[in-house]
Design a protein around this ligand. Structure first.
Ligand SMILES: Cc1ncc(COP(=O)(O)O)c(C=O)c1O
Length: 463
C-alpha cells in the first residue's frame, strides 16, 4: 500500500486495520478471509460500521461504557474547551475540573471523602491493592496484607488484577500470579446446587458466611481487604442474593477488613442508582470506578476512599514514607474530569437514573416473557440496565449450553443489527449468559427491539 490515506476511503481503512491493528480479545485467524469490523460513527444508541450498516448497541460500546449514548456534542465541547485552557499537569498538583468533579462525585457518595484519579479500571483497582498493602506495612507490622476476591468476579487486566481474578479461563496462561490474593466462593443462587452445603433458604447469608470461613482459615489478622463487584458483570450478570451484602458488611466490620467495591461497570448510573452498592445500604471503605464515569468520551478512573483510609496516609508526617507514593501520568489529564462533569450533568438533567430503573424493569419483563417461550433460558437476572439471561440445555439439570451456541445467538442478533453481549472465555464451561446493557437513554422501543431480536435468534438457533 502507498502512504496516502483518506479516512473516508473505508476499504483502505479496513486494509490498514487488517495489516497492522492487533484487536483486543480477538482471535485474528478469521480476519485472513473476512473483514474486521470497523465502527465508524455513533449517535444515541446506534452505531454504523464500515459498510454503513446500522446497529442498535445493546452493550454500550461492547463493554458497558457509553452510558449517556453516542454523539454528545456538549461533552466534546467541554473536553475541547478544557484542552485549550490546560490539557495536562501531573496529579501532584490539582486541576480545576479535577476539584469540581471530585466535589460533585463525593456529593453522590455519602460517607466517602477522597478521589484519586487515574485512567483505567484496572489501574484504579491496582491502586486500591497498593493502599491495602501499604496500610498493612505501616499499621499492622506487615500483617493484614491479604486481599480476598470472589470466584467469577473480574477486576482488570494487569497481573495484579488477574491475581484477584475469579475467572479461570480469562486467567489461563498468564500465571504465575502475585501472592496474597485469596479466593472466596461466588454468590450465584441459580447455581447453588453446585456448591457443597448450600441451603434451600437464606442462601445470601450462607454465601456471605463462606467468606467468613475463608477469613478464619487464613487468619483474620492476615486479611486486609475484600474486593467485590456489586453485581458481577463479565462473570455472568450475578445479582447478589437477598441478605448477602448486609452480612458481608458485618463480617468486614467484625474482622477489621476494608470493603473495596469495584464499581467499574455498575458505577455512575448503570444499575439505576449512582452506585451499585447503594441498592444495599452498605458503606464501603474504597470504591473504584471507570467505564461510565465519562461514558468513554475520555479516559478516566477514580479510586474513592473514606476519610479514615485517607487519614492513614497522613497521620505520621515525620515518617518519610507516610503518604501514598503512587502516580499515574495520565491521571493528570484534564479531559477526563471535564468530560465526567458534563456526563454527570446529563444524567441529572435528563433524569437518567429514573429512566434506567424504568427501562430495566421493561427489559426484565421482556426477558421473563422470552423465558416463558424459550425453554433454553434457564434464568434471568438484572439490576437497572444491566441484565442477563443464562442459557441451559435442560432446566432441571441446568446444564449450560455450549459457548458456541450462545455465540450463535449473539451472531444472529448482530446479523439483525442488534449488538448483544455474552460471557466470553471467562469461566470454564459457564460462558452461557447473554448480557444486555444499553445506554441509560434507552426508550421502550429500543428495549423491545433488543428482546425481539433475541426472540428471533433463539428460535433460529434452538428451534
Ligand atoms: C468489574 C470490572 N473491574 C475492572 C475492569 C477493568 O477495567 P479496565 O478495562 O478499564 O482496566 C473491568 C473491565 O471490564 C470490569 O468489568
Amino acid at each position: 500500500m502507498d502512504g496516502t490515506f483518506n479516512e473516508n476511503d473505508l476499504s483502505r481503512v479496513v486494509e490498514a486495520d487488517r495489516a497492522h491493528v492487533w484487536h483486543h480479545l480477538s482471535q485474528h485467524k478469521p480476519y485472513e478471509t473476512s473483514d474486521p469490523r470497523i465502527i465508524v460513527e455513533g449517535k444515541g444508541l446506534r452505531v454504523w460500521d464500515q459498510k454503513g450498516k446500522e446497529h442498535l448497541d445493546a452493550v454500550s460500546g461492547a463493554v458497558w461504557t457509553v452510558n449517556v449514548g453516542y454523539g454528545r456534542e456538549s461533552i466534546a465541547n467541554a473536553i475541547r474547551d478544557q484542552l485549550i485552557k490546560l490539557n495536562y499537569f501531573a496529579g501532584a498538583a490539582g486541576s480545576v475540573p479535577g476539584a469540581i468533579f471530585a466535589e460533585k462525585l463525593i456529593e453522590k457518595m455519602p460517607g466517602m471523602s477522597r478521589v484519586y484519579y487515574c485512567n483505567s479500571g484496572s489501574e484504579a483497582n491496582e491502586k486500591a491493592f497498593k493502599m491495602v498493602r501499604q496500610i498493612a506495612h505501616a499499621k499492622y507490622g506487615g500483617k493484614k496484607w491479604k486481599i480476598l476476591y470472589r470466584d467469577r468476579d473480574y477486576h482488570g487486566t494487569t497481573i495484579g488484577c488477574l491475581s484477584a481474578g475469579g475467572q479461570d479461563e480469562r486467567n489461563a496462561q498468564y500465571g504465575p500470579f502475585a501472592p496474597g490474593f485469596v479466593r472466596v466462593p461466588h454468590c450465584l443462587e441459580y447455581r447453588k446446587h453446585e456448591q457443597e452445603g448450600a441451603p434451600v433458604e437464606n442462601y445470601g447469608e450462607w454465601a456471605a458466611d463462606q467468606i467468613e470461613a475463608v477469613i478464619l482459615a487464613e487468619g483474620p489478622d492476615t486479611v486486609g481487604a475484600i474486593c467485590l463487584e456489586p453485581v458481577t458483570a463479565g462473570g455472568g450478570v450475578i445479582t447478589p442474593p437477598k441478605g448477602y451484602w448486609e452480612r458481608v458488611q458485618e463480617i468486614c466490620r467484625k474482622y477489621d477488613i476494608l470493603l473495596h467495591i469495584d464499581e467499574v461497570v455498575c458505577g455512575v448510573g448503570r444499575t439505576g442508582t449512582w452506585f451499585g452498592y447503594q441498592h444495599y445500604g452498605i458503606q464501603p471503605d474504597m470504591v473504584t470506578m471507570a467505564k461510565g464515569v465519562a461514558s468513554g468520551y475520555a479516559a478516566i478512573a477514580c479510586l474513592v476512599t473514606t476519610e479514615a483510609v485517607f487519614e492513614k496516609f497522613k497521620d505520621q508526617p515525620e515518617d518519610r514514607l507516610n503518604y501514598f507514593r503512587d502516580i499515574s501520568t495520565f491521571g493528570g489529564c484534564t479531559a477526563g474530569p471535564a468530560a465526567a462533569i458534563e456526563n454527570m450533568r446529563i444524567i441529572e438533567d435528563e433524569d437518567l437514573l429514573a429512566n434506567t430503573l424504568k427501562m430495566g424493569e421493561r427489559m426484565m419483563n421482556n426477558l421473563h416473557a422470552l423465558m416463558d417461550k424459550h425453554k433454553v433460558i434457564g434464568d434471568v437476572r438484572g439490576k437497572g440496565l444491566f441484565c442477563g439471561a443464562e442459557l441451559v440445555t435442560d432446566r432441571v439439570t441446568k446444564e449450560p449450553v455450549p459457548e458456541k451456541m450462545a455465540q450463535a445467538v449473539t451472531a444472529d442478533c448482530m446479523a439483525q443489527g442488534v449488538i448483544v453481549g455474552v460471557t466470553n472465555r471467562s469461566i470454564p464451561g459457564r460462558n452461557n449468559t447473554l448480557c444486555f446493557s444499553p445506554a441509560l437513554i434507552a426508550r421502550p422501543d429500543d428495549i423491545d427491539q433488543i428482546t425481539d431480536a433475541v426472540d428471533r435468534a433463539l428460535t433460529r438457533v434452538f428451534g
